[in-house]
Design a protein around this ligand. Structure first.
Ligand SMILES: [Zn+2]
Length: 467
């Protein structure tokens, strides 16, 4: 739902700020594909490649106690094993489910050292779990046992490479799946975890979009890619270079606030970020690529950045106003909207937290004019006995957000600030529940043990003695 600046608003500083930062456009509101289930089941089964070993039984059942990579301990009698797995009264377990060191130890125990096929398979599995050096030694042993095996080593190496790739894919998908564990009730549909092939396709599609949307607006610069972003920049090279680093650093930091492993890529492919030197270029992209006539409408105020969330795709459009700190702050604010959209589910936070968290993150990087103005406005409201519940109740839907003089932005920012300073872990818990589809007030009760009124009075108390 467009959260558009209101053309009738006056042009006071805080209103202007609201217009600058408040614009988030939801085109085609977010209906991700049906969840594909847990990561393991949506991953294609690893291709059966490499050296085969038929079912082999140890001379007598072997009592084992091993640790799986996901942390579980498996104990019992190992009755048989083959090239893929070992079995016993605990069931059948794939070799690559073990931690690398446990795999090495157990396989070494069951294999016949003088069997070249065992050595080849050992090497392949070692590479699969990331142990390259011992793999080399196993390949050497295989060839020294039987020189005719040398001809099989090249094929074995190829297989090992493919197994490593499959292992990395599986590991990544499990890690990404874990980000969504909390949304177990399925109240909000999760973004699907992509396979390597799907990720490659998503990235290719975003690269195409970046070019296509640039062309629609008459922009022809070479895209620059960072770990998580595709930048279309007409800024000075030195500034672009700085932003390249800054955006990825900010991404990692935001994931830290969310309690998510920063190695996880939340975006569908990457997010496209347009960085223009002039407002005209920014508007050209809004009009030409996003069919957004709102920008540039007379009296609509000056908009400096927008985040477009188009189902799974994220685009940020911005232009560098003369105040570099303000520009940086807007860019971060809008990008945080994109990250939050892709965090587990498209479920949206209540307005005060949606905007408050974006501003709060921006303030961690740029203590710009915007943040100072917001803080001053919030303190004045809170200390003069203003009702925080009114702000907690404001929403995009009925148009009550952001209130007079953009009060919602100022107070939303202050509430998030208080929550993050008091207990970031609780805020994180609360976020997860809301993203999982729980109504935000119920989530507040569950995660923080607070009612809406109690949150309001806690925040008021927090700022009665502190800035
Ligand atoms: Zn915003």
């Amino acid at each position: 739902m467009p959260n558009a600046p209101n053309p009738r608003d006056n042009q006071s500083m805080s209103t202007l700020i609201a217009m600058v930062l408040g614009a988030v456009l939801w085109q085609a509101p977010s209906a991700p594909a049906a969840p594909t289930g847990d990561a393991a089941s949506s991953a294609a089964p690893a291709p059966s490649v490499g050296t085969e070993i038929k079912e082999t039984r140890p001379d007598k059942p072997l009592r084992i106690r091993v640790k799986l990579a996901r942390g579980t301990i498996v104990a019992g009698l190992l009755a048989s094993w083959d090239d893929d797995a070992f079995s016993g009264d605990f069931g059948r377990i794939e070799w690559i489910e073990l931690t690398p060191s446990e795999f090495k130890r157990l396989f070494d125990k069951v294999m016949d050292d003088r069997d070249p096929s065992h050595q080849l398979r050992f090497a392949e599995l070692l590479v699969a779990v990331g142990l390259d050096a011992p793999a080399e030694s196993a390949w050497r042993k295989a060839a020294s046992i039987d020189p005719s095996v040398k001809s099989r080593v090249a094929g074995s190496r190829e297989a090992a490479k493919a197994m490593r790739k499959a292992w990395l894919e599986r590991e990544r998908m499990q890690r990404e799946g874990a980000v969504q564990d909390f949304a177990e009730d399925g109240a909000a549909p999760r973004w699907p975890v992509l396979t390597d092939a799907e990720r490659d396709a998503a990235l290719a599609a975003m690269r195409e979009d970046a070019k296509h949307y640039s062309a629609m607006a008459g922009v022809s610069v070479e895209p620059i890619e960072t770990d998580h972003f595709i930048l279309i920049s007409e800024l000075k090279p030195a500034e672009t270079k700085e932003l390249q680093k800054e955006l990825d650093r900010m991404y990692a930091q935001v994931l830290g606030y969310l309690g998510v492993d920063p190695k996880v890529n939340l975006f569908w492919g990457k997010a496209v970020v347009f960085l223009f030197a002039t407002e005209d270029r920014f508007k050209a992209v809004e009009a030409g690529a996003f069919q957004n006539p709102m920008v540039g409408r007379p009296g609509s105020g000056q908009v400096m950045g927008l985040c477009h969330m188009m189902k799974e795709r994220v685009f940020v459009n911005s232009w560098r106003c003369p105040d570099y700190a303000l520009f940086g702050s807007v860019l971060i604010h809008e990008t945080v909207h994109g990250i939050m959209h892709r965090y587990s589910t498209p479920a949206r936070l209540p307005a005060w937290a949606d905007e408050g968290f974006s501003d709060w993150v921006a303030a961690q990087f740029q203590s710009a004019t915007v943040e100072q103005a917001r803080r001053a406005q919030a303190m004045q409201y809170i200390r003069s006995g203003g009702n925080l519940v009114t702000v907690l109740d404001m929403n995009y839907r009925d148009g009550s957000w952001p209130g007079q003089n953009a009060l919602g932005y100022a107070v939303g920012y202050a509430i998030v600030d208080a929550m993050m300073r008091e207990d970031p872990g609780k805020f994180e818990d609360w976020l997860r529940k809301v993203k999982g589809g729980m109504p935000w007030e119920q989530a507040l009760q569950d995660a923080c043990g607070l009612s809406k009124r109690q949150l309001a009075s806690n925040v008021a108390r927090f700022f009665s003695t502190r800035d």
